[in-house]
Design a protein around this ligand. Structure first.
Ligand code: MG
Length: 299
């Protein structure tokens, strides 16, 4: 059985025919938020319902990085390499300092609590952009059930950390997000209202200039499930989660191919020695595959 499905011939050059899609660990409940630390040779990821951040290393396998994790979801690293985390339980975004202490960098907007920060990305000017859908407060499964105080928006924390702006306010439930390699575009997944089969689920593409977004356009709708989280490679291809695996979409919005994964995928990140290994969080398991592609952005 092939691990790959080719929809455009170029995809054959992006994958390595003999590289397996390998399960690295399993037994979790809902994994998300993969982030690679090359300096520590490890992957961190969230097991949201179990309130843990897990660590995987090639040599030692799985261990617990943080418990409780405040039901953390998405992660990235800032320009100084520090861990940035979205937390459902505390409805905030935090930074883990080099000494291990935790600094809250955003927990409210105009006096109202965020819903449940979901995914986060850092721009090269140091600004931190995160999505805030309501999934983590709808039930007690991935956080604490609570009333929604504000709409589901995307926010930007300024490079100096002093101000927070709502930069996308026209989505039902913004989720995964990532910049194009030149940072002129911001891709954002809208996963729609949970329990609403008719909700629009797609990736939208916004123009970015002077710290704000405009001209949001439909970019791509995956043909299986919904796009939750994604990363880009150095040529601007989008590697997005879907129900049947990871889909590779080119900058024109065309499906080039799929990495088939036997569980529903939530998110991905590039890592490994040459940033050519794609780590995949998929429901109860972590998978990885080596590609002939390199990740574009901070993990
Ligand atoms: Mg997500």
């Amino acid at each position: 059985m092939s691990f790959f499905e080719v929809h455009d011939p170029i995809f054959s050059t992006y994958v390595l025919g003999n590289a397996p899609v390998k399960q690295l660990a399993t037994g979790f409940d809902w994994v998300e938020g993969p982030v690679w630390f090359g300096d520590a040779n490890c992957l961190l990821f969230s097991d949201i319902p179990n309130n843990k951040i897990m660590r995987w290393t090639p040599d030692a396998g799985i261990s617990i990085y943080r418990q409780p994790s405040n039901f953390s979801n998405g992660h990235t690293r800032d320009l100084q390499g520090r861990l940035i985390s979205c937390e459902h339980g505390t409805r905030r975004v935090t930074r883990t300092e080099y000494d291990g202490s935790i600094t809250v960098i955003a927990d409210s907007f105009e006096g109202k609590r965020f819903n449940s920060p979901n995914d986060v990305v850092v721009k090269s000017d140091g600004s931190i952009w995160f999505s805030d859908p309501h999934y983590g407060i709808m039930t007690n499964y991935e956080g604490f059930k609570a009333e929604q105080e504000i709409p589901c928006n995307v926010y930007q924390i300024s490079p100096d950390g002093q101000s927070i702006d709502a930069v996308i306010t026209d989505m039902a439930c913004p989720n995964g997000l990532a910049f194009s390699p030149d940072e002129k575009q911001l891709y954002v997944a809208d996963t729609g209202a949970m329990f609403d089969e008719n909700a629009d689920r797609h990736i939208r593409c916004y123009d970015v200039a002077n710290g704000s977004t405009s001209n949001g356009q439909h970019f791509h709708t995956v043909d299986a499930g919904a796009s939750d989280g994604f990363r880009l490679d150095t040529d601007g291809n989008i590697w997005t989660s879907a129900a049947d695996g990871v889909h590779c979409i080119n900058p024109d919005g065309k499906l080039l191919g799929k990495i088939l994964v036997p569980e529903l995928v939530s998110n991905v990140c590039f890592g490994g020695r040459a940033k050519q290994q794609l780590f995949i969080t998929a429901t109860t398991s972590i998978y990885a595959v080596n590609l002939n592609r390199q990740g574009a952005q901070t993990p």
